[in-house]
Design a protein around this ligand. Structure first.
Ligand SMILES: NC(=O)c1ccc[n+]([C@@H]2O[C@H](COP(=O)([O-])OP(=O)(O)OC[C@H]3O[C@@H](n4cnc5c(N)ncnc54)[C@H](OP(=O)(O)O)[C@@H]3O)[C@@H](O)[C@H]2O)c1
Length: 275
């Protein structure tokens, strides 16, 4: 049985969703973590899973697939939120991304849903160094990336999750777009130095060309179609297009965002880079 005020947390096994579900549980708010492999089954590519997952939900944390700019995204989100509204959902908090024009149509589907909406636009996650694509490089001692001297204000996903929970459970967040960054711009050399200091491991940053990076990715198993997409995302950093700070954490939570050094220290202490 579900509570009629449950919060349905999509991407519930992922970097932000897992933390959103945990924070809600800590605060005694009924919530269900959903994904293909989650406790509640939900698959964006199988709409027969949508209705059962929505059963009893009053609010949704919406994490779409990795590629928010996919031509399918607006249609999927529109159809899902129409069903959600019919089933009694009143509020949606969407995880989008900062500085990604391609996410516009997906965001528009959320704004047009008729639900009370909040949009989160985080920068690149600090946890990409421990839970995602940069983690193998950290363990290998060398960040070989096509990011030149570009800087990025990496955000701790704990902050993204806390903003999401505030927007899912609190007042005053409807109609807000929160651009969420960390408090400081870091180049990949700075990030490597912070992780090396926290872990005592050697870690250096080696800037490489897009051609070398794409070849590395294909050797690691990505397809010839996927590899240039990843390279394109890192190219945004290389050109310093992300090199500015945003105040969404302060606006939503009334405090500053966590620094990368704190992330590196906590993550090292938790043993994430012992490998
Ligand atoms: N990583 C970043 O730095 C960053 C920064 C800004 C914005 N974003 C955005 O955040 C979103 C999530 O990225 P992430 O890095 O947080 O990913 P993540 O940690 O890998 O989490 C992805 C989640 O989506 C679920 N999922 C995957 N395929 C699914 C499907 N077909 N149907 C339903 N759920 C599915 C996964 O669980 P299952 O495998 O169990 O289904 C997992 O819970 C993306 O839209 C991305 O663009 C990411």
């Amino acid at each position: 049985m579900t509570n009629s005020n449950d919060i349905l947390v999509l991407g519930g096994t992922g970097k932000t969703g897992r933390r959103v579900a945990a924070l809600l549980a800590e605060r005694g708010v009924p919530a269900r973590a959903a994904s293909r492999g989650g406790a509640t089954r939900f698959d964006w590519l199988d709409d027969s899973t949508w209705g059962p997952a929505l059963d009893g939900a009053g609010a949704v944390y919406l994490v779409y697939l990795q590629d928010l700019s996919s031509p399918d995204a607006p249609g999927h989100i529109q159809a899902f939120l129409r069903l959600a509204r019919e089933r009694g959902v009143q509020r949606v908090v969407m995880l989008s991304a900062r500085g990604w024009a391609g996410a516009g149509p997906a965001e528009e589907a959320v704004r047009a849903s008729g639900l009370a909406w909040t949009i989160l636009r985080p920068t690149w996650f600090a946890q990409n160094f421990s839970e995602d694509m940069f983690a193998p490089y950290v363990l290998g001692g060398e960040l070989r990336l096509p990011t030149a001297a570009g800087r990025e204000p990496f955000i701790d996903v704990a902050d993204v999750a806390e903003v999401a929970v505030a927007a899912l459970t609190g007042d005053g967040h409807a109609g807000e777009v929160y651009e969420l960054s960390g408090p400081r711009l870091l180049g990949f050399g700075d990030a490597a130095a912070a992780i090396a200091a926290a872990t005592g491991r050697e870690l250096r940053y080696t800037p490489i060309s897009s051609e070398e990076f794409i070849a590395d990715l294909i050797a690691a198993g990505l397809t010839a179609e996927e590899a240039p997409v990843v390279d394109g995302l890192l190219g945004i950093i290389a050109r310093d297009e992300n090199a500015y700070l945003s105040d969404g954490v302060r606006r939503a939570l009334g405090r500053e965002a966590r620094d990368f050094t704190a992330y590196a220290a906590d993550t090292a202490a938790a043993g994430a880079w012992r490998g």
